[in-house]
Design a protein around this ligand. Structure first.
Ligand SMILES: C[S@@+](CC[C@H](N)C(=O)[O-])C[C@H]1O[C@@H](n2cnc3c(N)ncnc32)[C@H](O)[C@@H]1O
Length: 250
């Protein structure tokens, strides 16, 4: 039995990203006139579609494992008249040989490029191989805003550990070690996090409140309570950095 609700319908992006920041990102990335765009772990590929809309003639490829999100991406592409400029592949991006592309997006999805734990360093090296020398990478990656306490870690995702992430300095150093210079460094604001986390749960919360006797209500309530507890543990501790990276040609 499934709940007849569109998946994550209350989210525009599958991450803490505001309209204002997305608009500025698209302007910055479009200014480099990419001819090809590759979106790793694209989900429903909202940012990829916006870049393609901003750069006439550019073509895009999105890669993800989630068939439902890819269906949403294809539908949005068709509705925006971009269907003939973008294709979506349901496959793992680990070891992908797609690319090189002039712009590579990897938002909240370094785990799509590397099975290492944490995946960040290996994923950044893979991104360098996937981008053309004059291109750009936009990577959205977690970092610790401050060191998490043991109590906070025990409330986060299962097995959460201090070395799951670097701090922002360490994350930037990894990007430089992977062969990039940081063109632009920005981090999600508390408001972006709250909009994302609320939107992530909102559809199911409203459904649950209105269907307390549904056979799936108990497990849905448990899932929502568990996620809310995790959020309250990483709120203000886990950050997301958006790094616009330029290949270092030295
Ligand atoms: C947090 S979501 C981000 C989606 C999208 N980039 C966005 O910002 O809206 C992470 C995505 O990575 C995808 N993913 C995870 N492992 C993957 C893999 N090995 N290959 C391709 N995609 C993967 C998930 O299915 C999910 O859609």
């Amino acid at each position: 039995m499934t709940i007849d609700l569109p998946r994550l319908a209350r989210l525009t992006f599958h991450g803490p990203l505001s309209e204002a920041r997305a608009t500025a990102m698209v302007q910055r990335l479009a200014a480099n006139r990419p001819r090809t765009v590759l979106d790793i772990g694209c989900g429903w590929a909202e940012l990829l579609l916006r870049v393609l809309a901003a750069v006439p003639g550019a073509t895009g490829t999105g890669v993800d494992l989630n068939a439902e999100d890819l269906a949403r991406a294809r539908k949005n592409a068709e509705e925006r008249g971009l269907g003939d400029r973008v294709r979506f592949a349901e496959e793992s991006a680990v070891g992908t040989e797609r690319g090189p592309a002039d712009l590579v997006l990897c938002l909240g999805a370094t785990q799509a490029l590397s099975e290492a734990e944490p995946p960040t360093a290996e994923a950044l090296r893979a991104l360098r191989r996937l981008v053309t020398d004059r291109g750009r990478v936009l990577v959205g990656e977690g970092f610790w805003q401050r060191p998490p306490t043991e109590a906070e870690l025990s409330g986060m995702w299962p097995g959460a550990a201090p070395d799951d992430h670097d701090d922002l300095r360490g994350l930037l150093d990894l990007a430089v070690e992977a062969g990039f210079r940081p063109e632009w460094t920005e981090t999600a604001s508390p408001q972006e996090w709250e909009e994302f986390e609320s939107g992530y749960q909102a559809g199911l919360e409203v459904w649950l409140a209105q269907h307390p006797d549904h056979p799936l209500a108990p497990e849905t309530r448990a899932r929502l309570d568990r996620h809310r507890g995790q959020w309250m543990s990483y709120r203000g501790v886990l950050g997301i950095a958006y790094l616009t990276l330029v290949p270092d040609l030295r």
